[in-house]
Ligand binder design. Structure first.
Ligand code: ADE
Length: 539
């Protein structure tokens, strides 16, 4: 009603300014605001975009402080504009005019006014004639137009996520399909955690309806970081002993705490594509609940590991050729993306190649064992696996880039290149115990001048700072075959991972030396492998 009073007072007074006389003799001109001032009138404005209030009355506002105000309301079918002058220091309809300094009248919706209610205020003459609806509608329009974009983003992210899960499952099931534990007999022991992720608690994932193999443990033959290895006897009547002809086996026993290591090795071993004469033959895996242990049961090799073997034996060129060539073949098979039948297989990096992780078979060929740190080099490599894969293995055998934690995680070849470096050190160890080099010294590991378990820091000093490698004396290269192997070794332990040979190439070079092997005089072997080593356990 206050509005109405103003309206009557000024009605028809279309003026463009006012001159005010201030006391004290000075004349001061103050321009009062000119505003559209029609009080309430009907309008066809829909409350969207911009509208003209269509008010024919422009009034000089009654007070110096007044600004122009427009209000648009809609109650049922009744749509109106109010156009007034108002002092922003005072509330209007209980509302504070927040935008009165604006030059344009930008409508804002106010809720709880009993109708659809938009108000704007501004401080330019007649600025309330044209109003602009800055409604939530605008933001609604923006929001609505963003919805498809958001939906698309969500869709793309979810599809990508499910694609990754699908690829991981595929890789997982491919590995599992290849499990030697698929032997269709009822004694299959495995214990697998179908589609489980590595974070789930293992105890809940295991198949407990399994039959344990009748095994009698014998002496301990090895001890690693996570497990102990026992020679063991498979009692008569078990499927494995009858169908596969195993009587003596090796049992690798992990305490419950080392579940992760057992699981990794079991999973890797369960990949049928891994099977190769130069990879330890895996039989089965078990959870031994009573003893709170996890077991891996494999072929047993009385020759023990290569380090022990070299410690106790001097070999000849023929032995070197067998041991070295078979080692390279084993690593090449691991790294290969094809099986011997030419089918696709997932490459594996061993990541802990060293002479104590290589077994000597009775025919004096090698087989790789201890896959606790091995890694499938495929797309199923999770971000976690990659992130944790920077520096693993045994410091003495670590490639320079692994010591520096600078392995190129984006290229799966890097893992193979690091394995090849370690393999070169093992080949050097083998040569160091070969009678064909001349005087053979006591067995020493590579970098034997360092203490028993050198730490990463001292290995960095030797391998990175000093660019040191085990010595290849001149006397070694008098033998043509050894000269060739030494040349390969030097290429394999190159500082630059990219410059290293592949294991396949080394294997081929050994193969090409078959003629030398045939020419060799085997009488130079000082100490032959004891008789019992030729006991054949795999029938
Ligand atoms: N040491 C570790 N594993 C072995 C195995 N399978 N046979 C013999 N000795 C071993």
């Amino acid at each position: 009603m206050e509005l109405l009073r103003f309206s009557t007072f000024w009605c028809g007074a279309i003026l463009f300014g006012s001159v005010l006389l201030h006391g004290g003799g000075g004349v001061m001109f103050t321009l009062r605001r000119l505003c559209k001032f029609c009080d309430v009138q009907a309008t066809s404005c829909t409350g969207q975009g911009s509208c003209s209030v269509k008010c024919g009355i422009t009034s000089i506002c009654p007070h110096d402080e007044d600004v122009c105000v427009s209000i648009w309301r809609k109650k049922e079918d009744n749509v109106t504009f109010d156009t007034v002058c108002h002092n922003p220091a005072q509330k209007l309809y209980g509302l504070v005019l927040e935008d009165y300094n604006n030059s344009k009248c930008e409508m804002k919706e106010r809720r709880g006014m009993g109708s659809e209610f938009f108000i704007c205020s501004c401080s330019q003459d007649e600025c309330n004639e044209h109003v602009f609806f800055n409604t939530n509608m605008d933001s609604q329009v923006i929001a609505v137009s963003l919805v498809p974009l958001l939906l698309m983003t969500v869709l793309v992210i979810t599809s990508f996520y499910f694609y990754r899960v699908y690829r991981q499952r595929q890789a997982h099931s491919k590995r599992k399909k290849g499990s030697p534990l698929d032997f269709s007999d009822a004694h299959a022991i495995i214990i697998d955690d179908e589609g489980s992720d590595s974070s789930s608690t293992h105890a809940n994932n295991l198949n407990h309806n399994t039959e344990l193999l009748p095994i009698e443990l014998d002496v301990q033959v090895g001890k690693g970081r996570f497990a102990e290895v026992y020679k063991a006897k498979l009692k008569q009547g078990s499927s494995v002993s009858e169908e596969q002809g195993f009587e003596t086996v090796a049992v690798k026993i992990f305490p419950y705490e080392e579940y992760a290591s057992w699981k990794n090795e079991k999973d890797i071993f369960s990949d049928r594509d891994l099977r190769h004469e130069n990879v330890l033959h895996f039989l089965t895996a078990e959870e031994r609940k009573v003893q709170r242990q996890y077991w891996l049961i494999t072929a047993f090799h009385p020759g023990g590991n290569l380090q022990e073997f070299l410690t106790h034996h001097i070999i000849d060129w023929h032995d070197l050729w067998l041991l070295g060539g078979s080692l390279a073949q084993g690593v090449a098979h691991l790294h290969s993306e094809h099986t011997s039948c030419g089918q696709h297989k997932v490459a594996i990096a061993h990541r802990d190649i060293k002479s104590s992780n290589i077994l000597v078979k009775s025919d004096l060929t090698c087989c790789l064992c201890d896959f606790g740190l091995a890694l499938w080099l495929d797309n199923s490599l999770s971000v976690d696996e990659l992130a944790n894969s920077g520096q693993v293995g045994t410091a003495r055998y670590m490639a320079p880039e692994v010591l520096e934690s600078r392995i190129n995680l984006e290229n799966i070849e890097s893992f193979k290149q690091a394995d090849v470096y370690s393999m070169a050190l093992v080949l050097w160890e083998v040569i160091s115990r070969c009678s064909a080099i001349g005087e053979v010294k006591e067995y020493e590991p590579p970098f034997g001048n360092l203490r028993e378990h050198p730490c990463v820091e001292s290995m960095k000093d030797s391998v990175l700072r000093d660019r040191g490698r085990p010595e290849i004396p001149n006397s070694w290269i008098n033998h043509t075959g050894i000269q060739t192997v030494c040349a390969s070794i030097e290429e394999c332990w190159d500082h630059d991972p990219e410059a290293r040979l592949t294991a396949q190439c080394v294997a081929e070079r050994f193969h090409e030396m078959e003629y030398l092997e045939k020419l060799s005089d085997r009488s130079d072997s000082e100490e032959k492998i004891p008789e019992e080593i030729s006991v054949v356990d795999e029938k």
